[in-house]
Design a protein around this ligand. Sequence first.
Ligand SMILES: CC(=O)[C@@H](O)[C@H](O)COP(=O)(O)O
Ligand SMILES: NCC(=O)COP(=O)(O)O
Length: 239
Amino acid sequence: MTKLSVNINKIATLRNSRGGDVPNVVQVAKDVEKFGGEGITVHPRPDERHIRYQDVRDLKPVVTTEFNIEGNPIKKFIDLVLEAKPAQVTLVPDAEEAITSNSGWDTLKNRDFLKEVISEFKRNNIRTSIFVDPDLKMVEGAVETGADRIELYTEDYATQYAIGNKNAVKPYVECAELASKLGLGVNAGHDLSLKNIQFFKQNVPGLLEVSIGHALIAEALYDGLKPVIEQYLKLLKTP
Ligand SMILES: CC(=O)[C@@H](O)[C@H](O)COP(=O)(O)O
Ligand SMILES: NCC(=O)COP(=O)(O)O
């Protein structure tokens, strides 16, 4: 069954825009879980533009589903994750100044670095996932890093699906099939939405988790957080 992990970065964006504590990130995480969310994802970026390192510390004791912390494994990120000990860490290679995550890892060129970082997290009983483009060679490389899972970077799928190109799901199907054959779990995320999630889920085999944030929060502005989460769960659970 594919789990829905709600990325609450944009709740922190709204909170930070006024400098106070409204909306409260911890309360929203609790409510997301109450509404059926099966995980909480956060991406504390080095400039703390939205989720702050302190948010991670505040969330850890209250998240009762799966806590997934995403980020580029710079030293302070690694230290934060080892302190928080979430269910999962997802390693993302984005540059500090990037407006959002914009590429997957080159698992071949970064194999030794990723192996070292991943082994540290695994020694601390934290499941490891690495963000990769839907490229068979990158999936093969991911195995060599010792990662438990890959997270397929779905921006290209979302962009193509929006203009009617459903064939864009094909690389993701092939990568998911290969990952499963190689013993890697399969997650997915970035730009997934109510419009494109069901086709992706129906076609990509063995999808364990989707992490969705930007579109979900934008959709919730119109329909409300609880109804939107319930819509995602319905779409994910419908065979
Ligand atoms: C890796 C990924 O695509 C997302 O998890 C990322 O967290 C989005 O970051 P922003 O919310 O800063 O766009
Ligand atoms: N890993 C993807 C994620 O957590 C959320 O990405 P997006 O839905 O905000 O694009």
